[in-house]
Write a protein that binds this ligand. Structure first.
Ligand SMILES: [Zn+2]
Length: 81
């Protein structure tokens, strides 16, 4: 992959290199890089494991995603402590 010298923009305070496995738990809210057609970019985690089951916080649509694909799409994890 060529980046043609374009600087990589990284959000502050987050490792973006993928060495560390993301810690996704039930009831977490995932903020995705791509937003759903309904306009929401937030998904509630209903199931973890090999696949994630996620519910769109905007319209309630539910999807199953392979973990690897979901993790690539995660921008941020919101969790109520
Ligand atoms: Zn939606």
């Amino acid at each position: 992959m060529h980046d043609f010298g374009c600087p990589k923009i990284k959000p502050s305070g987050k490792t973006e290199n993928g060495e560390r496995r993301m810690d996704v738990r039930l009831q977490d809210i995932l903020v995705m890089k791509k937003s759903h057609p309904c306009g929401s970019d937030r998904w509630l985690v209903l199931r973890t494991g090999m696949d994630f089951r996620l519910r769109c916080c905007g319209c309630g649509h539910e999807v199953m995603l392979p973990r690897s694909k979901a993790e690539k799409n995660i921008k941020k994890i919101l969790r109520e402590e």
